[in-house]
Ligand binder design. Structure first.
Ligand code: ADP
Length: 171
């Protein structure tokens, strides 16, 4: 099952996959970090479609087209802002992955790339977020044979090392 999980260092907007996941905010109207990068590459049509979605609650996920991205689809999910750990941050982050996987299953997507949700501007501790990302992914793949590849796209070496170590530790 882990043979279907890949870790790469790079830019998620350049991934040749069917869908990429966006770490968006509640407005879905664009922002900084990975969200800004995705909107820049996808073009203004993405913002237009996002406007029609009327936002997204934390922990949920909504799908749009990818427009000028190599990826045909974008799954927008809203991670929790880290507030010390006592505000259900772990649960909300797990829900992000679960709701993305629900859409992946529903639309029969075979190849999907994820960024490290909530660990940038939203300040979720990286190792803790990585444990949740990997656990939810493994849990999903155990019950799904259709998905061919889940790629964790790490923007820097620190994030990359963290994913590699977490995957090693569960093997
Ligand atoms: P959040 O608000 O959910 O914390 P951010 O975009 O601030 O979202 O950060 C989430 C993660 O995405 C961070 O690890 C950040 O380094 C990373 N990131 C930023 N730009 C990109 C990109 N173009 N491709 C992949 N990951 C990115």
């Amino acid at each position: 099952m882990l043979d279907r999980v890949e870790v790469v260092q790079g830019d998620i907007t350049q991934q040749q996959v069917e869908a990429i996941v966006n770490a968006a905010n509640n407005s879905l109207l664009g922002g900084g970090g990975v969200d800004g990068a995705i909107h820049r590459v996808a073009g203004p049509e993405l913002l237009e479609e996002c406007r029609k979605l009327r936002g997204c609650p934390t922990g949920e996920a909504k799908m749009t087209r990818g427009y000028r991205l190599p990826a045909k689809w974008v799954i927008h999910t809203v991670g929790p802002v880290w507030r010390g750990g006592n505000y259900k941050e772990d649960e909300y982050l797990a829900q992000c992955y679960q709701n993305c996987f629900a859409l992946i299953e529903k639309h029969q997507l075979k190849t999907v790339a994820f960024p490290s949700i909530s660990t940038g501007a939203y300040r979720f501790p990286l190792e803790r977020a990585t444990r949740i990302a990997v656990a939810e992914t493994v849990n999903f793949l155990k019950g799904n044979n259709f998905v061919e590849k889940i790629v964790f796209v790490c923007f820097n070496i620190r994030v990359y090392d963290c994913y590699v170590n977490e995957l090693k530790s569960i093997q």
